[in-house]
Design a protein around this ligand. Structure first.
Ligand code: C5P
Length: 223
């Protein structure tokens, strides 16, 4: 029997990260934060001084960048180590989000990251968080969710998150950046953001997070 996979796709700020983590913990399954992989490649390319429009150079970077997810023993948040450097905090910035979105539109980059992502499918199960988890990378998954929320609500959530991390941002610039990134992710030729066939669509704009988690869990374990 194949290892079960639950895919959770959706735009930035839809609550995917928090919900994927909570659902993975509740099920005792592994977690793939595929956005962190794209962010890590964008970050590594930036560090190496690579022009993000140089598709061949960025693709080589995607092939060679070493990305390690490390779960602290005390149960704290997962650290992301990129080429030996803990880049967890840098990866969260909107600069890295925009770099990720730019390099994610290059087909050869997506191809280079395909197997790396598939390797996360391990027993007893996997929760895969991203944009194309249900449509491309785990198109064979048995459980698929598409999580969304209004752009304003997503910008507000992101604003709160970044503020708590001590980063200086304005709500209006964040909203503009999020809308620009979503537009690029949804209109690109390769693996555009869209609900997978058969995905359960959940709009979390006006639903408390614990209820969203309960709905997602009910998809995996009905009854
Ligand atoms: O989810 P997160 O905001 O961390 O993703 C950053 C960017 O990486 C997205 O805007 C998207 O362009 C890209 N991405 C992707 N496919 C995924 C996950 C993320 O193209 N599966």
């Amino acid at each position: 029997k194949p290892v079960p996979v639950l895919t959770i796709d959706g735009p930035s700020g839809s609550g995917k990260g928090t919900i994927s983590r909570a659902v993975a913990d509740a099920l005792g399954w592994h977690l793939l934060d595929s956005g962190a992989i794209y962010r890590a490649v964008g970050y590594a390319a930036g560090m190496a001084g690579i022009d993000l429009s140089d598709a061949a150079a960025v693709t080589r970077c995607a092939e060679t960048t070493k990305i390690v997810f490390r779960d602290p023993k005390d149960g704290g948040e997962t650290r992301v180590v990129v080429n030996g450097h803990d880049a967890t905090d840098e990866l969260r910035t909107e600069t890295c989000g925009a770099a990720a979105s730019a390099i994610a539109a290059i087909p050869a980059v997506r191809a280079a990251l395909f197997d790396k992502q598939r390797a996360f499918r391990r027993s007893p199960g996997l929760v895969a968080d991203g944009r194309d988890m249900g449509t491309v990378v785990f198109s064979d998954a048995e459980h698929k969710i598409f999580l969304t929320a209004s752009a304003e609500e997503r910008a507000r959530r992101r604003y709160k998150q970044l503020k708590e991390k001590g980063l200086t941002v304005t709500l209006s610039s964040l909203l503009r950046e999020i809308e620009a990134r979503d537009e690029r992710d949804a209109t690109r030729k390769v693996a555009p953001l869209k609900p997978a066939a058969g995905a359960v669509v959940i709009d979390s704009t006006a639903i408390p997070i614990d209820q969203v988690i309960a709905r997602v869990l009910a998809v995996v374990r009905p009854g």
